[in-house]
Ligand binder design. Sequence first.
Ligand code: PEP
Ligand code: MG
Length: 754
Amino acid sequence: MPAASVGAPRQMLRRLREVMAEHESAQARLDKVVVLIASNIVAEVCSLYLRRRDGSLELVATEGLNPTSVHSTHLKPGEGLVGLVAEQAEPKQFADAQHHPAFSYRPETGEEIYHSFLGVPILRGGHTVGVLTVQNRTMRQYGDEEVEALQTTAMVLAEMLASGGIVGEEVTAETRRDANARFEGQLISEGVALGHVVLHEPRIVVTRLIAEDVELERRRLLQAIEDLTTQIDDMMERGDMARAGEHREVLEAFRMFAHDHGWRRRLDEALATGLTAEAAVQRVRNDTRARMLRMPDQRFRDRLHDIDDLSNRLLRLLSGSSAETAATGSLPDDAIVIARTMGPAELLDYDRQRLRGLVLEEGGANSHVAIVARALGIAAITQCKGVLEAVEAGDAAILDAEGGELHLRPTQEVISAYADKVRFRARRQAQYEALRNVPPVTLDNQRVGLHINAGLLFDLPHLDQSGADGIGLFRTELQFMISSTFPRLDQQTRLYKAILDAAGDRPVVFRSLDVGGDKVIPYFRSGAEENPALGWRAIRMALDRPALFRTQIRALLRAAQGRELRIMLPMISDVSELRMARSLIDREVTLLKKHGRSEPKTLMVGAMIEVPAVLWQLDSVLTLADFASVGSNDLMQFLFAADRGNARVSDRFDSLHPAALRAFRQIVLAAEKHDVPLTLCGEMAGKPLEAMALIGLGFRSISMAPASVGPVKAMVLSLDAGNLKEKLEALLESKTTSVREDLKRFAAESGVQV
Ligand code: PEP
Ligand code: MG
């Protein structure tokens, strides 16, 4: 028997494509495919096994084995040499297969006369969905070229299977590992959403697999890699990776890969077998994923994302697709967006009307994207590990943010269970709505101001819907973050005026531009920083670049003619910053008068208390400030030195830690002493139990996401603040890491709705 040799692999691929395109039954096409491969590899046997839902492998087509064994031979997971190839997801060959310990003898196939065996996995996303084998009578070694050709064929088959090309009624490959799957995550924003999955970074579907001109494909790939490298270098230089929620580390990993010789060589080899540039990228991604998925070290598995992101970027460049995210594409009207990470501005790119939910794999629950999700009032969870691995665009999904769960491709029972839950929520929502015009007064007659946090025009209806007392925090940076250039004076004026018009006589607190950290303005180059949260941000930027700050103040003054204007300054760390900002504001007022424009009726300038150093400057800060608001998100981050955007540490310390409560108490006492109005506008204000603690500590005004007003008001109406104050005083001295359980007990015993 002559040594087998590969016919021209490209020619075989072309034939393969023709066979697949024929208008015959799936089975007939598969039967032709195995004949084609056998003749090209000069093998007596070629068999195709596909993975079933239960993990077994079914023989679905063969040339050379007994035809009656097709569809009747099933191998259990891991059984036989075929099972071994599937499990290890890599090519295996044996010159004397029958004497291999893993060999499983199946008399119905008649394979006992074949000695040599070569099997390659059919991979999708790094997971084995089938196995392709060839066998010969002689004990022979298959050459590298043959292995390569068989792998390429397997890849083309995988893509065709996935695009439905050969899956018919007769032959169905179960390419998904789980039909329905459940994932757990951490709550960002309450709600239950039934909808369909949209991948924030759409996966490019490779449709052109077989090259017409190999040299051309090689040039295309080289060009794309070059463009990609420039893109990454640019991103690193601009330091704008936080826009996409990416970290420097991720970009470094990209860069490493883009320059990796092994990766480049594998791409080259894939091209040489006759694949297009896109298919080569896909093929190498699959193989690399398959290898990494089997590595015992979690750190390697974590890097899977990097390969995916990098391959996706490359595929986007190759396909000439400019769309970076799904936000610009067409969305279903019940979109549940799934992403690894996302920046706040990216979430705002989505059409609010179609957005039902957000699921993130990474990122803290108090990160800015989380805040935007709450502001949008969509159900959202984070820390949903492994979900991207299991999901495909268009999958049906149920997001239960309350329970911190995501159900993919849910069964009918799960769907009906959730339909009940949605009805229950609607009833509760109706109860909250009934409270809309009820003033938030505690059982012992304490009036508590409940305000909303807002930032964009779409927040306006929330003011009436929630029945809130006003806007306790208007995050002006959101307008800057969603623009493609600096909003001009008149654009800013228009937005602020619209907000004031809508608020009527309800107060609005405009916070001056608070950018930096993870709040990035894409068109504003501020340079990369090692520690952006501790870097050049908020008031620091305003004082160093007064032109920006003054324009904003001018817009606010113009918008507020004849009305009350409250301006709040973020990230004050030293009283001198407050003084300097005030004098810049005064200059603008003088200018306004000089130009004969009318002034606001009253002007109040407040300070945020969110940097711990202010705790020891309360007397001087509160003497100078007309009002103050505690930014508990940042204050917690800095008090406990725990990055609010990093889920690994952001939840390590509870905001109900006695140390935090003592800090809040100290602020309340100082504000009372100076008779300065005080609010707290961090995320904790929107959680009924935390809000209850704040009231117990003496806060009489808090500001929260609009959806929280109902639940927090229900709590206020059922609370005796005097009782709680006594209880809390004792708890302030507690030696525990959190008084949460004590407060829950208090609430349960005294019938407070939390
Ligand atoms: C805070 O820090 O608590 C706050 C309200 O501001 P931001 O979340 O926008 O930093
Ligand atoms: Mg803050």
